[in-house]
Design a protein around this ligand. Sequence first.
Ligand SMILES: [Zn+2]
Length: 376
Amino acid sequence: MAPFPEQEPMTIKRIEVALKKRDWTLFRQGIIKINSMYESGTKWSDAEAWQNLMNQAESEYIPPDLWEEFSKITKNIINSIDNSVQISLLPAFQEDKKASNKYQGKVVIFYNKEINSDQIAAIKKHNVTLNNFIYNSSKYAPEPEWFEDLSKLINNLDKPNNDMTDLLSLISLFENPGTIVTSSYDTDIIKNFAKSYIDFYIPEIKQSYEAENYWNIYPLGGLSCSYICSACGYKFLQTEFTSKTIVGSCSKCAGTTYPYIRDVNSETAEVNPKIWIGAYKKLSESSDWILINPPAYSEKPVISDLLEESAVNVKKVYIVTPSFEVSEWWKNKLLKILPDVEIINNFSNISSLVNKLKNDSMPDEKEAENFSLVGL
Ligand SMILES: [Zn+2]
């Protein structure tokens, strides 16, 4: 009797267990099983589960030969599902993926999100306790309500953000992956990238799969799904988005892990140097900026400084904000630093910018069509 064929969830589960136990023999067996199922023409269906598995595997230290084999086969599986069920892509990205005439430059998109003083205070309070854990763990016990406050804070920072679908439409207009620098802590940005199978890299927190074809994301204060181990300092991205667990166990040393978020909004901002230096580098190298909701006047002084200091090579800046005054204020500020910079600042929201960029690309699109006809 032929053995009953293995089902996809079982195949995924085996790898998950191997990762959890750091059992590389089981992991290797899991890859052999995936390969044999792949070769026998198994139809895979759960792209999200494979993507989660990939993300989980990325935050582990896997022996390089196993990683290479695993990432290759998993990418193939995800691509095969991607091609057969396009519908799983977010509508905004799917639609714009078809656009033939895309922008060529390496854009930097700066996205700023409002935050209130209670949230800033809660982030600071969380970090005081976290620092006590890290530097003084034997003497320090947290107050019970700290966990409750932390849980409230994470939920509060992670409210659904409608801008994110428009942001996805915006990035799909660019041929080459660029950079996103953001003060927002919310997880939606990562979720949307993962759902649309757009590869991305975050310094220290998330590796990329591809050698070149990925977006750089610099979350200036971290994300509500970024975590740090209080014992060994290991940082990672929690990609099981449905999980409500805010305190976990480190996969390297079994130490306790906590949300890794910092206040970047007040005068006394605390920054992660790798993220900030990376953001500065990308901003200062780029010739095209899109500033979405840049901070007004004296708000968020450290973030405003970052933008001013990195206005070095930028030639063209799109400013998106519902406030005319803020828009003019940034225009004047940038023109003082770089008198030749071109500022296009009549956008009150992201979708009006998306429409403008799409319309701009229309004449060229016709040229491209004619060109291909001549080619025939
Ligand atoms: Zn650890």
